[in-house]
Write a protein that binds this ligand. Structure first.
Ligand SMILES: Cc1cc2nc3c(=O)[nH]c(=O)nc-3n(C[C@H](O)[C@H](O)[C@H](O)COP(=O)(O)O)c2cc1C
Length: 198
């Protein structure tokens, strides 16, 4: 089972430029299945996968997110990526999911203590499966940052987000817009993530 596994894990990289071509259903289902087979605290299995594929819905979501971020202010000590989203939204033309043809948002119960942990396992499984299928992927955190935004939440509710659920992360999926059409797989050097052996 271990043949090539570590190298494969190291080859998963974030893709931030996608071709517009849709992902075939069969591949998308395999990616989602990988997410659904992630472990969960106490085997709760309360993750809820919202699979956005409709270009009109994705466009609306991206425009709404841009408007909401543009109305926010960067504050002292703010998480750098959130500040970046606000600044880019204020400039206009900001598309938080990089125009990927698929965005899978993972929701979970707001009152469940392992919500973020379970979601993270689902997202990593899906990113690894996407890589195995030569698809690009990238963790997308913007919907999590907009969790308390009433306008976005109301729109997501109409699309299937259930009462008591929040989105704790998302992943963009699509064909990488690279010269050879494959994801960049050069491992990113680790300079952090310290290890202490005891
Ligand atoms: C919790 C988390 C949140 C992230 N949020 C975003 C995001 O909103 N947008 C984005 O482009 N990348 C996001 N990323 C991707 C990281 O920037 C990326 O994994 C990191 O720079 C390492 O690069 P690599 O994925 O190519 O190895 C996120 C990753 C994690 C784990």
């Amino acid at each position: 089972m271990k043949e090539g596994m570590l190298e494969f894990i190291k080859s998963r990289r974030s893709t931030r430029k996608y071709k517009p071509d849709q992902v075939p259903d069969e591949m998308l289902n395999e990616v989602i299945e990988a997410g659904r087979y992630a472990p969960s605290g106490g085997n709760n299995q309360t993750a809820h996968f919202l699979v956005f594929r409709d270009p009109e819905v994705l466009k609306t979501l991206a425009e709404m997110a841009e408007e909401e971020f543009a109305g926010m202010e960067v504050t002292e000590g703010m998480y750098k990526s959130l500040a970046n989203s606000i600044q880019r939204a204020k400039l206009g033309g900001y598309v938080f999911h990089y125009n990927a043809p698929v965005l899978i948002a993972v929701a979970n119960r707001a009152d469940y203590s392992n919500n973020i942990a379970d979601t993270s396992c689902c997202l990593e499984n899906m990113m690894l499966m996407a890589n195995a299928l030569d698809l690009g992927s990238c963790w997308i955190n913007q919907l999590k940052w907009l969790n308390e935004n009433e306008r976005i939440t109301a729109y997501l509710r109409k699309l299937g987000l259930q009462e008591g659920e929040r989105i704790y992360g998302a992943v963009s999926i699509g064909w990488p817009d690279t010269a050879d059409g494959l994801p960049v797989r050069e491992p990113l050097k680790r300079t952090g993530n310290e290890v202490t052996y005891i």
